[in-house]
Write a protein that binds this ligand. Sequence first.
Ligand code: 13P
Ligand code: SF4
Length: 344
Amino acid sequence: MNLPMAPTLPLTGPQAGHSLDAQEIRELSEQVRALAADRNAVILAHNYQVPEVQDVADYVGDSLGLSRKAAETDSETIVFCGVHFMAETASILCPEKTVLIPDLDAGCSLAASIDAEQLAEWRARYPRGVVVMYVNTTAEVKALTDYCCTSANAVEVVRHIYATHGADTEILFGPDMWLGAYVEKELGRRMHVWDGECHVHAGIRPSDIEATRAAHPGADFLIHPECGCSTSVMEYVAAGDVSSEGVHMLSTGGMLGYAENAEREAKGSQAVVATEIGMLYPLRMAAPDVEFIPANAEASCQYMKMITLPKLRDALLEGKFEVRVPEEIAVRARVPIDRMVALG
Ligand code: 13P
Ligand code: SF4
């Protein structure tokens, strides 16, 4: 394969301590697109990626949408602009393809909150339990899981299990306790819930919602169910303190759906966004007439921000860093992922 040679640009960007200027973004983006075409690569980016990475990607979306795109692509190479478990999921779904991540250190505190040994011990305590794990987990954990889910389909996946395995089924849900509490509340049933959390979403507290409610009384609320404020917002709704009509518990993809709708129907409205702040960029692009206000402007995921245009360019240029899940794990981990994709 003949790869175009990149002119030697200095390694600039957030990792070098300053942002890229418009000219650097233009040049790097052109190199990335040329290299992707030459390598027959598709670039998938999560909604939390920096704007210039979202702009150069072939597809931007939430965890579920990205898994779907990975599963259906014809490209030989998938470059995952997201975190490590997402690249692993793509490798499990497409074992014949080359999956690259531009920075191997792009991890996830939520995925790190349970390992395979801990899950095996937990399972052993509830031998009849059905294990549902958020997709934010390692491949080894998925290999011990019955069903994966994302925030977009967690309620549907658990509802499906009660419908097919029986209403008394014991469910072991993990690793996110806030998402687990949300699913319990939606379905009115208790599960065994692991006490893990994402440090970014857990840091969005009820006090952030109080403050933004006071400052923007008419605004809608878009709340990611991983947030530390999600339980209290559900309580406000149940108590009638907040109108249920204005509160939307959504995955990042669901938030984008809200924005597209709001742009069509309610120009000039306001929405408070409780999730990682990278989400503000696609929301504002989708609905320029809606004012999106972060619930907590400090809620930034340092792992997602490790992916930069220079690293993406180098990943395509040098074919690094490959993420490949060993076959014996991939075969078992694929089952719960396939169920998740099918049920979404
Ligand atoms: P979704 O994009 O599936 O809502 O997930 C959010 C997240 O935290 C991914 O790391
Ligand atoms: Fe993981 Fe939280 Fe970052 Fe998402 S925002 S990748 S859940 S640490």
